[in-house]
Design a protein around this ligand. Structure first.
Ligand code: THU
Length: 158
């Protein structure tokens, strides 16, 4: 068995569609408001819903480290709480480093991949993931399932 993930690499940001560029800009702005005093790594995420709404979020840290939350899940859970029946079309993720510039695309952590997968499974529609740093290449993956192969989902609980 071979498990493959197709990653589209975009080196020139001006090649992004207008919609994707807008989503990324919203994620960048969300990152500016992150609460990340411990890591100094401010993450922003913006989710495009099928109904056209855009919901953004940022990471929220805590002195009790595990109580913090990633930007993606802040945005995701708010989106799902406000629009429970609306599929998610895509998510853009980026970060601002307070101490050093982020030059690599920022991928969602494993827990966020699992959380995103839940809604991809629920709506049976792929969620495109756009990953960016402050500078440099962008990565685009067509679905969360491709970022989390051999995953555990609702089908095991039937
Ligand atoms: N973080 C996110 O918000 N999203 C990611 O995809 C990676 C990590 C946050 C968690 C923590 O507040 C900080 O970045 C450093 O791990």
């Amino acid at each position: 068995m071979i498990v493959q993930t197709k990653v589209t690499v975009i080196s020139d940001r001006t090649k992004l569609s207008h919609r994707d560029a807008e989503l990324l800009e919203i994620a960048q702005n969300a990152g500016k408001n992150a609460y990340a005093p411990y890591s100094q790594f401010r993450v922003g995420a913006a989710i495009l819903l099928k109904n056209g709404h855009i919901i953004s979020g940022n990471n929220q840290e805590n002195a009790v480290y595990p109580c913090g939350m990633c930007a993606e899940r802040v945005a995701l859970f708010y989106a799902a709480s406000q629009f429970p029946e609306t599929p998610i079309t895509k998510i853009a993720i980026t970060a601002i480093g307070n101490e050093k510039e982020i030059r690599q695309p920022v991928p969602p952590c494993g827990s966020c991949r699992q959380a995103l997968l839940e809604y991809e499974t629920k709506f049976r529609e792929p969620i495109e993931v756009i990953m960016a740093g402050e500078k440099g290449d962008l990565y685009i993956v067509r679905s969360v399932a491709e970022l989390l192969p051999l995953s555990f989902d609702e089908s095991f609980l039937d």
